[in-house]
Design a protein around this ligand. Structure first.
Ligand SMILES: C[S@@+](CC[C@H](N)C(=O)[O-])C[C@H]1O[C@@H](n2cnc3c(N)ncnc32)[C@H](O)[C@@H]1O
Length: 402
């Protein structure tokens, strides 16, 4: 069964789980919101003007929440009709681009011209199968790299691609984070979206992604290790009729996209619920344990929940029930992400250099009586020549590159 057929089968169960518990997965969003906020500030755009593509958007979990936070220029790309149908987010909040093949992605992105492309919990589904119905690892990684290339081509020089997804245990994290700043804004946003206030205050104490993930692990974490990936491979794939195949973010993939200097962060993102029955229902529906073949189900509801308890872990703390979950986020860009506009720096530097020369000349004139007679007009020409030269230089370069 290919991935889209799998989703076709389980779409209604999956959508129902998310519809009933819209706040359960909110912690998956904090690294995305963290990078988006930094990026929009770096390029000087308001939230409502930042054009974001939500690639493989499913029933619209990411788009819906971004819209609620004021990101209004949203485009969603989805390939499975059963996943997006009835999702109200596509009526007026995010523009849906339905595609039947990745062959059309280039054209659509070229038209949309996004500032940022984000893909959540989907990239591992980009799979190529052999004739014997086994996943072809190399061909799948080729496919994933091709999709990255298509995205990067469509992005402007300063654009970024964010892939938040399952990650292989063997992937090495980027040790140094790109920046530090308070997580308070992201935490407040998550509370606005429905996260419990106490959990928001907790998250708001950190000032980096590494800090946030350690804190969430300490306060709500269940088990160590790569829970989510192991869960899919040992339970969902083997104990549901629909199954689950993946090529999670791997060292080989990261090597293939090395020219975009991937920054990799692994993060804890427990799914949280007010009531235990909500957690049970969510697990059962989201992973489609109840979607039966003509022979019935493989696991009963109680058995599937007991498996979740064993493999993912359930913790009751801070007034919520937390189910262990972890992902990784990969940030890719053509140039250093979040770098400020270099043209402006050159202009400011040239003005500073001139001010220094003028201050030096004034000092020489008054303290040592050393000066060359120049009138106001010469000073004006001196002051204006270099910055105007730089502005024209940049303009001509841009024209030539366009
Ligand atoms: C797990 S869902 C995630 C949806 C959404 N991003 C979210 O976080 O809720 C994965 C999505 O990827 C899409 N998808 C899966 N395999 C695909 C493939 N081979 N080609 C295109 N889309 C695929 C599915 O239709 C589904 O909507």
């Amino acid at each position: 069964m290919n991935e889209l057929d799998r989703f076709k089968e389980k779409a209604s169960s999956y959508r129902e789980a998310l519809k009933n518990q819209p706040g359960a997965r909110l912690f998956e969003l904090y690294p995305i919101l963290w990078y988006l906020e930094k990026h929009r500030k770096a390029i000087g755009k308001r939230r409502d003007k930042l054009r974001i593509v939500d690639l493989m958007s499913g029933s619209g979990f990411l788009s819906e929440n971004l819209y609620k936070l004021g990101y209004k220029d949203l485009h969603a790309v989805e390939f499975c009709e059963e996943m997006y149908k009835d999702a109200s987010v596509y009526n007026s909040k995010a523009k849906l681009h339905f595609m039947t093949s990745f062959d059309y992605l280039d054209g659509v992105l070229d038209e949309v011209k996004p500032d940022v492309i984000v893909t959540l919990a989907s990239f591992h589904h980009l799979l190529i199968y052999n004739n014997d119905n086994q996943v072809n690892l190399d061909a799948s990684i080729d496919k994933q790299s091709e999709v990255v290339d298509i995205c990067m081509r469509a992005l402007p020089d300063q654009g970024i691609l964010l892939i938040a997804d399952l990650i292989e245990a063997g992937v090495t994290e980027t040790p140094l984070e790109l920046f530090k700043s308070s997580m308070a804004v992201v935490a407040r946003d998550l509370v606005k979206l429905g996260l419990d206030k106490e959990l928001g205050e907790l998250l708001g104490q950190s000032n980096s992604l590494h800090g946030a993930t350690s804190l969430l692990y300490r306060e709500l974490g269940t088990k160590s290790g790569n829970l989510s990936l192991n869960w899919f491979r040992t339970i969902v794939d083997k104990k549901t009729f629909i199954g689950h195949k993946d090529i999670a973010i791997s060292p080989n993939f990261l090597q293939r996209v090395a020219s975009y200097r991937p920054v990799v962060t692994k993060y804890t993102c427990p799914w949280v619920f007010k009531e235990r029955v909500q957690l049970d229902e969510f697990v059962y529906k989201k992973f489609a344990f109840g979607v039966a073949s003509e022979h019935g189900q493989i696991l009963t509801k109680d058995e599937s929940i007991s498996c979740a308890n064993i493999h993912l872990g359930i913790r009751n703390d801070h007034g919520v029930y937390a189910l262990g979950w972890n992902l990784g986020i990969v940030l890719l860009g053509k140039r250093d992400p979040f770098s400020k506009n270099q043209e402006l720096n050159v202009l400011v530097a040239s003005l500073l250099a001139m001010l220094t020369i003028l201050a030096g000349a004034t000092g020489l004139r008054y303290w040592f009586g050393f000066y060359a007679p120049i009138d106001f007009k010469d000073i004006l020409v001196f002051i204006l020549t270099l910055p105007i030269g730089i502005i024209f230089g940049n303009w001509i370069t841009k024209k030539k590159l366009a």
